[in-house]
Design a protein around this ligand. Structure first.
Ligand SMILES: NC(=O)c1ccc[n+]([C@@H]2O[C@H](COP(=O)([O-])OP(=O)(O)OC[C@H]3O[C@@H](n4cnc5c(N)ncnc54)[C@H](O)[C@@H]3O)[C@@H](O)[C@H]2O)c1
Length: 318
């Protein structure tokens, strides 16, 4: 069997976990990595227990050859130019991290390029691969009456970088990508962002709905120290998922059940996702299906930062 040649751009906290997933089976994958920081290469090789010679390295995008698929795991700011350059090089299959891009204009330009080149771009909203959410989606699709009501509650879980994960799983469960913001109150976190001083992080409360009037409420309370819990209700069904304990309680027609809520780490998932991309059965969100929800978030955060309710100003979240 011919090895798949995978390019991973960015060998940071996330990129190294993607690489770790591909290194699980060296007979299947040849792993190429583009990373600009020598320090990050050293630190993250140790983090994943790998050696320099396990991968083929580049420090300049110009020198990267055309390979079978690219994973773009930098933070958000460089992603737009990297995607553009890789598509121009001939790349057609992508797995990309969120926050995907930083403005509506960037989305539009890349979506046009994706369409004209027939490229496939999947966004790494990993919740779609977790069994618990798939069970809930299936259960709720069989209930005709009522609206889905989802609440995500936690402390400083990062509305800037993580709200999109929960909005995406709400889209998945409710089968709609037409999300609009109803109301939001957000505050900027003053602490420096580990991913770079250009990025901002937020706490606060936001509510969104879709055309079927299902709704999602996100609450990130700065003073709350517990982990994130996710409550999903429709009709007589209630589900409560706890990310910290990885427990999952369901109440269906008055009967309570307790199960495991297994969160699969990237180091064990990205290889599965890449296989699914090649087999045309990837469950992840396609780029065009996350555009609207990104734009809604850009408007909320740009309003707070720049007093401009606009998705065309660069929104500094990652
Ligand atoms: N899908 C998920 O579940 C999930 C989880 C965590 C983080 N993320 C996202 O992944 C992204 C990366 O997060 P992270 O924690 O790994 O950040 P990080 O800062 O640790 O890593 C980013 C890496 O990209 C490198 N880089 C920057 N510009 C580059 C360029 N032009 N070419 C090559 N390399 C470049 C940096 O040197 C750094 O090593 C963020 O957008 C974050 O939101 C997603």
């Amino acid at each position: 069997m011919q090895k798949k040649k995978v390019l991973v751009v960015g060998f940071g906290m996330m990129g190294c976990r993607h690489v770790q997933a591909f290194l699980q089976d060296k007979t299947k994958y040849e792993v190429h990595v583009l990373e600009l920081s020598q320090e990050n290469i050293q630190t993250n090789l140790v983090r994943i227990g790998a050696k320099l010679e396990d991968c083929i390295w580049y420090d300049n995008l110009k020198n990267v050859p055309l390979l079978d698929v690219a994973v773009v795991a930098t933070s958000s700011a460089p992603r737009f130019n990297i995607l553009k350059e890789l598509i121009n090089k001939g790349y057609r299959k992508f797995l990309i991290e969120k926050i995907v891009f930083q403005s509506g204009d960037q989305f539009k330009e890349i979506l046009d390029l994706v369409e004209s080149t027939n490229s496939e771009v999947y966004c790494n909203f990993v919740n779609r691969y977790f069994e618990a959410y798939n069970r809930i989606k299936k259960d709720l699709s069989q209930i005709n009456e009522g609206k889905i009501s989802m609440t995500v509650h936690g402390g400083e879980f990062g509305l800037g970088c993580n709200a999109i994960h929960y909005i995406d799983i709400f889209q998945y469960i409710s089968d709609s990508n037409k999300i609009s913001n109803i109301s939001a109150i957000v505050d900027v976190l003053e602490e420096p962002n580990r991913r770079g001083s250009i990025y901002k992080e937020f706490t606060g409360t936001m509510q969104f709905t879709n055309e079927a009037l299902d709704n999602i409420l996100l609450v990130a309370e700065p003073k709350y120290v517990g982990g994130v819990t996710i409550n999903i209700q429709k009709g007589e069904n209630t589900y409560l998922l706890n990310e910290n304990s990885q427990e999952f309680v369901s109440v269906i027609k008055g009967k309570v059940r307790r199960e495991n809520f297994q969160i699969i780490p990237t180091s064990m998932l990205s290889n599965v996702i890449i296989e699914d991309i090649f087999n045309n059965n990837c469950q992840l969100t396609k780029l065009k299906d996350t555009e609207k929800s990104h734009l809604e978030l850009f408007k909320i955060f740009n309003e707070k930062l720049f007093a401009k309710n606009s998705s065309d100003t660069i929104c500094p979240i990652t």
